[in-house]
Design a protein around this ligand. Sequence first.
Ligand code: KDG
Length: 353
Amino acid sequence: MNKNVKRTILGVLLPGMLLLGACSNSGGSSEKTGASTGKETGIQERTIKAGIGNNESHPQGQGMKKFKELVEEKSGGKMKVQNFFDASLGDDLNMTKALQAGTQEITNPSTSPLVGMIPEFGIFDFPFVFNNEKEADAVLDGPVGQKLMDKLPEQGLVGLAYSENGFRQLTNSKHAVKTAKDFKGLKIRTMQNEVHLDAFQKLGANPSPMAFSEVFTALESKTVDGQENPLSTIKSQKYNEVQKHLSLTKHVYTPFIMLVSKKFWDKLSEEEQGILREAAQEAGKYQRDVSRKENEVAIKDLEKAGMKINEVSDQEREKMKKVIQPVNDKYAEKFGQELVDEMMAEVDKVRSK
Ligand code: KDG
């Protein structure tokens, strides 16, 4: 069966079945019922549904398997994580809404689709802000990353840890993109994120926002000419089958964030909360390492698979950065210049080392 048909069926049927299941056993986690004292004590038997958009082999999938292993180990097997891959519970946005509703316990989206709920996450979507993973890690694991986490509970969410989607690269079926002018007229799929939309428009492309699970079909049917994602995603989604050119633009660094439903979180004992937080942070570090190693392998595999790969020089990236600077300035005002300045100060600290 075509993988996209399978995804569609899973994406429609499975969430409904789980929703029914969730409603019938008090919020989706199979916790032992007892005298309801509100806050549980100790560690209860629980089943935790965790959904992601990527498949099991992708670094995001490997990170979730590590998270499952750690939670079950730290809880003596009482807290069981049920991983759902390949957007089988829906895309990032609808899984995040399921957490807010309490029908799913955990998801691990990119921060980009969260901008509709918490605009400030959009500072990670500014093109050409980070030059390397060290700079990204310093911002995510520092005060700026924490300030954004602190905005989650008012949205019914709890943030446990950041991990890595990674530096995004451009693929398309038309031509190599070496300079800012080469974006002109390209129909590019983007995430549902206003900063990405504006930035690609500024570069002269025609951006088309859509959910992650729709991208392969859109490329295959030529509804769009191209898309942009980290190398590990381009490889695991087999975009090379429907895209000829891979241009190493490295234009945005996207984080993943491990989110928990606050409705579920507030029922946990402090011990159980500590287990989830610790496991998420350890798995996040592990996943970043896996992601960085996989990107080195992916670029070789994509070349072997026949993609025409071109570098984009630092000079040309600087020119692209100048073209989109008005977009970054516009959103810095919207998200808070102080927060953006704090982020850039963290970046400068790493650069000056
Ligand atoms: O859950 C996986 C998605 O968050 C991620 O891969 C999405 O980068 C993404 C995209 O392009 O939608």
